[in-house]
Design a protein around this ligand. Structure first.
Ligand code: GAP
Length: 486
């Protein structure tokens, strides 16, 4: 999709210029790692979210969706292990006082080695890091950083503190009177809202195992190294699905969702060669298997989605802390002809960051194209080749002139189409300029109403990706756009 001159810095400024993404509270110089979505960004984000929601809930008859609150009872996070375990090993540079996540610091150094062609050193460094992290050997990690002479980007020194763990949850107070207030947390994942509602949904929806509960919503993490635009943010959105299965069948379902989710991304137009699996070496406290689906972002291969086999850890923990029985009665018959009976279901989770998927789509879509015209002169454009299904605006309706009854015909078409999909009407500027603006916004179809329209009820439709133009009946426009949206 994107061509060679694709450049990440250009993409970031394009996102701002065309109403996709703004720095949060920019007039006050912004807030680090927090972003706002503009008029086009919010619509694209909604379209991606709706597409995920539809494929999870509408297209799977054993998955339902919920919308749990961000604030949860504080014991939730004790039970889930987040209060004790949701932390990253960090190291501080004593000269600059800058704090780094140790894996990010070492990975950046490994990337630099790779760029210098030192592939073997890069491999050994990453392998050693993985082994030390898996063994929680923080003294070993510090030694690895020192032995490799890894420097702070600011002070350029190797004067490091010990490696320490920092919790990533944001906390706040609930209750109006200070003495009576309680500490609560902004959820760091949406998944716990699903676990605590397991029985509510299972019973009210009369769900039979295996079944899933899906949810989209905000999550918050006090990321120390927040960088790479919307890749790692402090406030972001997740799209998660917990799939509840019979104990002992979790690996079967883990493999099912591993394949299913990669296929889903490919169905969204992400080329298969830009996606790969990465198995976790160090498993989270709740998992018996985990992998990332990685995408090749403009800054390298990084996690897009996590697939985790979370065992029965979460439901059992909530049962213990809440003192409420959280079990499922399975009256299907086993091999001995007896019901499976009561058990705590195992869980396979799929968890994708909506903002990361947005970044995936927009970085694939962005292209800075130049070509030679028939008369030998050069031409160029910046285009967002966002798949029509999720593009913010589907159709631009452009009367060639602001007179001769052309705007009236255009507005009639707009009224006919706007109930079915997002349209944009514009009558200012030369038509070529209007096409370029629509390319930059990522509008897949433009229709021009001209004088011939008055004579034979035809219009020119222009396709964004190929720039091909053809004449079709005015009455066919809506049907064609709906067909192309898929
Ligand atoms: N419930 C499991 C869970 O939260 P995770 O791997 O920590 O697992 C899942 O997060 C997904 O959420 C990631 O694959 C990523 O797409 C997204 N994500 C995590 N942290 C993020 C951040 N700081 N900014 C943007 N997206 C993030």
């Amino acid at each position: 999709m994107a061509n060679e001159s694709n450049n990440f810095a250009e993409l970031i400024s394009h996102c701002k210029e065309y109403g996709y993404i703004f720095q949060s509270s920019e007039i006050y110089d912004g807030l680090a790692a927090v972003y706002d979505y503009g008029q086009n960004g919010a619509q694209l984000k909604k379209n991606i979210r709706d597409h995920w929601w539809k494929s999870m809930t509408q297209l799977h008859d054993n998955i339902v969706g919920i919308d749990a609150a961000i604030f949860m009872h504080p014991t939730t996070w004790k039970a889930s292990g987040h209060i004790d375990n949701f932390s990253d090993p960090m190291i501080d540079n004593k000269d600059s006082n800058k704090r780094y996540r140790v894996d990010h610091l070492i990975e950046a150094h490994a990337e630099a080695l790779a760029l210098e062609g030192k592939k073997e050193e890069e491999f050994t460094l990453l392998k050693t890091m993985d082994e030390l992290l898996a063994a929680t050997d923080y003294a070993g990690i510090k030694k690895l950083i020192e032995d490799n002479r890894i420097k702070c980007a600011i002070s350029k020194t190797c004067n490091w503190t010990e490696v320490r763990e920092f919790n990533l949850m944001f906390s706040t107070q609930i209750g109006s009177v200070a003495e009576e207030s309680d500490t609560i947390y902004l959820r760091p994942e949406t998944a716990q809202g699903i676990f605590v509602n397991f029985l509510n949904v299972q019973k009210t929806g009369r769900m039979k195992i295996p079944f899933g509960i899906a949810q989209t919503g905000k999550a918050f993490r006090n990321e120390i190294v927040a960088r790479q635009f919307i890749f790692r943010m402090r406030e972001f959105e997740q799209m998660e699905m917990q799939f509840f299965v019979r104990p002992g069948t979790q690996m079967e379902w883990y493999n099912f969702w591993k394949a299913e989710r990669k296929k889903w991304h490919e169905g969204l137009g992400i080329p298969a060669e830009k996606l790969r699996y990465h198995d976790h070496v160090k498993l989270a406290h709740y998992a018996d298997a985990a992998l990332d689906i990685e995408f090749e972002f403009p800054f390298g291969w990084k996690e897009l989605e996590g697939i985790h086999s979370r065992t029965d850890f979460d439901l059992k923990q909530h049962q213990e802390y809440s003192k409420k029985k959280i079990q499922y009665f399975d009256n299907d018959l086993n091999e001995a002809g007896k019901p499976f009976g009561n058990y705590t279901p195992f869980v396979v989770e799929t968890s994708v960051g909506l903002d990361r998927l947005f970044l995936t789509i927009i970085s694939l879509a962005y292209a800075n194209e130049t070509w030679t015209k028939e008369d030998g002169t050069e031409d160029s454009r910046v285009v967002l080749k966002i798949p029509a299904r999720i593009a913010p605006t589907k159709l631009a309706i452009l009367p060639l002139l602001k007179k001769d009854g052309l705007p009236e015909i255009a507005k009639e078409l707009m009224n006919d189409c706007k109930n079915s999909f997002m349209c944009f009407y514009e009558e200012k500027d030369a038509i070529g300029k209007r096409y370029r603006r629509m390319d930059a916004i990522g509008t897949p179809f433009c229709v021009t109403i001209d004088h011939q329209t008055k004579e034979d009820n035809t219009v020119t439709i222009r396709y964004r990706d190929t720039m091909v133009q053809e004449r079709i009946a005015l009455s066919e426009v809506k049907k064609l756009v709906l067909e192309k949206m898929g």
